[in-house]
Design a protein around this ligand. Sequence first.
Ligand code: TRP
Length: 448
Amino acid sequence: MAVSRGGFSSRMGFIMAAAGSAVGLGNIWGFPTQTASNGGAAFVLVYLVLAFCLAYPAFMAELLIGRYGQANAVTSLQKMSRTLWQKRFAFVVGFGGIICAALILSFYGIIAGWMMSYAIEPLFLLANMQISADWVITHSLARNLFFTSVFMALTIVIIRRGVENGIEKWSKRLMPLLIGLMVLLTSYVFTLDGASEGLEAYLNPDVSRLLDPNLLISALGQAFFSLSLGTSVMVIYGSYISKKENLVTLGAQVTLIDVSIAFLAGLLIIPAMYVAQAQGVAIFAEDGSLISGSSLVFTVLPTLFDSMGGVGLFVALAFFVLMSIAALTSSISMLEGPVSYAVERHNLKRETATTVIGLIILLFSVVIVFNLSFMLDFVAILATQYWQPIIAMLCCVFVGWIWHRSELLAEIKEGNDEVENSLFWKVWPWYTKFVCPAAIAIVFIHSL
Ligand code: TRP
């Protein structure tokens, strides 16, 4: 089965595909937005702590489950289960994750569609087609339906063909480009008026907010969303890694890439907000809080690009094209979750499963588009702040309490002979057993 499912051809292939899944709208759009709406630097600090202390261990749990099971989330978890009740529990956790991935894709596709529309606008402007340019960046039912469908179609086409070819290759080319462009933009923003005020808001935490329940749950949700946890996706990616690879290091590298890109995006966008303010754009809402939500990336950045003159058009094009691609390398991983389940458990052909599941998810996106004002936030919050952390917590419970300890240790050792001397070996097994589930539960209950 492993052969027909395919696998990553190299360790670099895995790092790029997993980083491709992890790095997406969550980093470049979600993280700065959340930072802005949760009071700046305090959020950044809590996020960094939670990402390394909770999300990374949970990420390792999911990768190990997948590599051990060599299959989709449900099958992998059931392989560790002994009793009938454990197998049922495995089904609930695995299938719950798969549904969560589908839910996330249903709203992610809409936002990714907006990114695509902003990528196309500069092309229309260059062609002197002002009316079309205005249409693609003006909110309308038709615009949203069109771009969401196009984005979903792209996702479906790639997953139908299988993930390894193309995605691995494209991720390898485009991720460095994305980082390079972000560094350039950030350096430019730093030279403008207002940037230092933004930097201060980003890096100087208001300590009194650190334990704010809303801030905690948002940071936790953001950290889990960013590493694509609690959705079966990393279990499946784990199952595509060779047993020869050192999973502990690979997981750490992916986490580091993911967190760094989020941090970099904040370094670009929060100062850019203050620069935009210096240029006359309103960045504070009436109640004195920073504006957030979609308006952040879609008003602040275009203002910045406009201020660059003619070059700005090309920079805007490059930025939103890369955003669309970052979104695509994430969305394919979301679709891979449900598709691999359907293929492996129900013997469907990959092509059929992909098209059918993709269209069902698109249908749900259409329902959201028709009720955008309340459904988009509702689905996003339900899936990312509640559903994902719960499933991720249950995965830790599985690893800590149900998986046979000797099998767990043997799996950690695969491809990593030296591991017994490492901190990971000494700390992680009990940490995942006790600390992770308890900490996730506490943050969660605290927020209710
Ligand atoms: N991590 C991605 C981001 O930050 C989003 C993502 C990709 C995701 N695959 C996922 C989120 C699976 C949840 C589940 O944008």
